[in-house]
Design a protein around this ligand. Structure first.
Ligand code: GLC
Length: 477
């Protein structure tokens, strides 16, 4: 049976729920374990329903009707055309590291780069927003001085990977914090102005903040630098989100498009997908409890199903429940396993490597580090839970990607991806390939790692903004 854009429902049903648990010594135990985690397994019906809801939410978001998807116009007016020259700074705030960098472009090609990493302490990530922006300005000044960038004007692009409402390239008002940041007193403010003010207060560097963008937009722009067919920017890291080349006439706030532009980069903000309850039909008790301990409960539903910040904790919650039911580790947990956030997504990746290799070594090492007593069946259960959580995450991402591929109707589309989950999870890429080809069978697609797209993309967008500034100056002469 072929339905919805030629999806083969029978074939999808055969794989979407992920593999079955290898039978344990005790049949009843196998069945009970399967029952407890069954909610993490989506069948084809559920997948197609997610797909339908995503399409509806995108449409409502673009029309400014109630929706959990923002569909924000990024105001990036064009991509690189090979005429960009000069030195451009970039900031990247939002994931695990905060980066400052300088890129040198010659005829649109990157010929030199310098990057510095700065650690953002917990007391800066959670607390007063002005203090956070003062710290960003301090890092910029430190970088400019250490790199000897001089006192001439330095154009800068700012990747600020949080939901914003944009009214121009240099106006991005923070909608809400996400991931591990929460500085409530600057919500609603323009991130560019906050940074400009913090820099002006110091007065020791001549940095011109030209553009603010989301990491997905940076990744798309970096991707288009590598591959002209790039049409989607995807982040699978601490958080998750995507942007895509939307038909210009369908983008909201498109009145600034007066030069016959065909496409506009739209930031979906799919991390918030389902915040209005529209995805409750796939929500499990484990998702509820991850949400409860997150920095901002009740928000970013979809991101909490897939982001690297949450995947490990989701697995831990399922394991703790299985222990509580006497189905794992003979019903005895450990202080380590009972610790919130102690089971990381990188552990899930290591265990998934075992699953791929048919081994147990990584899994055993991790369980040892949690001071647990376990046997061969326990190992199988832990490996299976990691596989189910990963499978669900990849399936959900693929479902939304398939919608974008169908919507763009391109003969071929490259999906530029950045982020720790994509880079470090040993199975994610293959799962994305498999599920997107099943869910958008008519669309040719290619996944491309756009390493550091979120950071370098900001430098490239600063170069585009600078080119436009010079063009406008010349035309007004
Ligand atoms: C969160 C942010 C979003 C960003 C994503 C990936 O979902 O809201 O703007 O793109 O994380 O970093």
């Amino acid at each position: 049976m072929k339905l919805q854009s030629d999806v083969d429902v029978v074939a999808l049903n055969a794989v979407a729920r992920g593999p079955n648990l290898t039978p344990l010594h005790n049949k009843q135990r196998t069945r009970k374990v399967e029952e407890v985690v069954d909610g993490l397994r989506l069948d084809a019906d559920a997948v197609l329903r997610v797909r339908g809801v995503f399409e509806q939410e995108m449409e409502a978001g673009r029309l400014d009707q109630p929706s959990s998807l923002q569909m924000e116009n990024t105001f990036i007016p064009e991509l690189l055309d090979g005429t960009e020259n000069g030195s451009f700074m970039a900031l990247d705030l939002g994931g695990t590291n905060f980066r400052v960098m300088n890129l040198v472009l010659k005829d649109g090609r990157l010929v030199d780069e310098n990057i510095a990493f700065y650690h953002v302490d917990d007391h800066l990530r959670i607390g007063c927003g002005y203090r956070l922006f003062d710290f960003l300005a301090e890092c910029i000044a430190d970088f400019v001085h250490k790199q000897g960038l001089g006192s001439g004007r330095l154009p800068l692009g700012f990747t600020f990977s949080f939901p914003m409402t944009q009214s121009s390239l240099d106006d991005g008002k923070l909608v809400t914090w996400t991931k591990s940041f929460n500085c409530p007193n600057v919500v609603g403010m323009n991130a560019v102005q906050l940074l400009r003010d913090a820099l002006a207060k110091r007065g020791d560097v001549n940095v011109d903040v030209m553009a603010v963008l989301n990491d997905t937009a940076g990744t798309l722009v970096k991707g288009s630098y590598l591959d002209r067919d790039c049409a989607i920017g995807l982040i699978l890291g601490t958080g998750s989100n995507a942007c895509f080349l939307e038909h210009a006439h369908l983008a909201k706030n498109n009145s600034h498009l007066t030069h016959g532009e065909k496409d506009v980069i739209v930031d979906i903000e799919w991390g918030a997908f389902g915040d209005n309850g529209s995805l409750d039909f796939i929500r499990t008790e484990f998702d509820d409890s991850v949400d409860e301990v997150s920095v901002i409960p009740g928000s970013f539903t979809f991101e909490k199903y897939i982001g690297g910040k949450y995947l490990g904790e989701l697995v831990r919650r399922a394991l703790v429940r299985l222990v509580g039911d006497g189905l794992l580790f003979s019903g005895t947990s450990s202080a380590e396993l009972n610790t919130t956030w102690a089971f990381t997504t990188s552990m899930v990746s290591h265990i998934e490597q075992d699953n791929l290799d048919g081994l147990h070594r990584n899994t055993r090492e991790i369980l040892d580090s949690f001071n647990l007593n376990f046997d061969a069946d326990d190992v199988l259960i832990v490996q299976w839970v990691c596989q189910l959580a990963s499978n669900r995450a990849a399936l959900l991402v693929s479902t939304c990607l398939a919608v974008l591929l169908d919507r763009m109707e391109r003969p071929t589309a490259t999906i530029a991806v950045d982020g720790s989950v994509y880079q470090k999870h040993p199975r994610f890429k293959a799962l994305l390939e498999k599920y997107t080809s099943m869910l958008a069978p008519k669309r040719k697609r290619k996944f491309l790692l756009a390493e550091d797209g979120s950071g370098k993309g900001a430098g490239l967008v600063a170069a585009i903004a600078e080119k436009l500034r010079l063009r406008n100056n010349n035309s007004s002469l």
